[in-house]
Ligand binder design. Sequence first.
Ligand code: GTR
Length: 325
Amino acid sequence: MLHFLKLTAATFTFGSLLIGIANAETVLRSADTHPDGYPTVDAVKYMGELIKERTKGAYSVEVYHSAQLGEEKDTIEQTQAGVLDLNRVSMGPFNGIVPETAVPSLPYIFRSVEHMRHVMDGPIGEQILKAFEAHNLVGLAFYDSGARSFYNTKKDIASIADLKGMKFRVIQSDVFVDMVNALGANATPMAYGEVYSALETGVIDGAENNWPSFESAKHFEVAKHYTLDQHQIVPEVLVMSKASWDKLSPGDQAIVRQAAKDSVVKMRELWDAQEKKSRDIVEQAGVKVSEIDKQPLIDAMKPVYEKYLSTPELKDLAARIQATK
Ligand code: GTR
């Protein structure tokens, strides 16, 4: 009785606290390779706040940034195995797992970041998110990653011929490997966390990425030549482990899905600002940016398209992306 009275008093006095105790909070663990403050990290944190608010404290999200839980290939496996609840990664490392992700990863498939946003926000994006389900994952949302371009420690690159024989690190994906090799350069697939020292020691001549990654991973300290070839506009993806998803009630699943979608809007604001900031930082640090005629690079991608658009379904997906205004 006394206990009951105490509890009742606590309900009045510490109502919100009691809700927290009654609905013991479940913390969803999320991985990201980028440092704290990077747009993807902040967007997932923002999603976590929305989830916490909308589930009345039953669920929250903890982002393990800076590759604390491992490199992307490892965290993908952990998410598939249900060891990790959420994961924000590039689509690149998914290319060998979810064949549909190879299509938006194809070089020059998107005409611009606006085109990519439009495609991924529509039915094509939904179709690709759904494709993760066959691989023990639930696709929640796509984030931005701007355009990826080559950078190197050796020289300014003014034409496709200058790329010949150069060694570039790429994401651990055959699409990326084939792209670099089709340009006459040599691809070295490697985990993101190893790139800085590989550039510094000369194991590779260069790598390729967007402005915020080039800047935040400090690659610009060693690679002073950036070529604006913008070969890929590969979206980032936020996935949930199917095992973690199945533990949620249908109502909470809807909350998580919506919070992920809402975080996309926030992410894009953060992204647009970060791209400008990062480009300024690297240019001020002495990085030389050069333009290049993209057409020869686009032409060189024909065999890569043929290889990855290997089924009528994948061909159709590519055609629908290209036909989207
Ligand atoms: C970044 C992307 C990361 C990671 C990295 C890489 O643009 O945001 O998730 O994939 O590229 O090149 O490994």
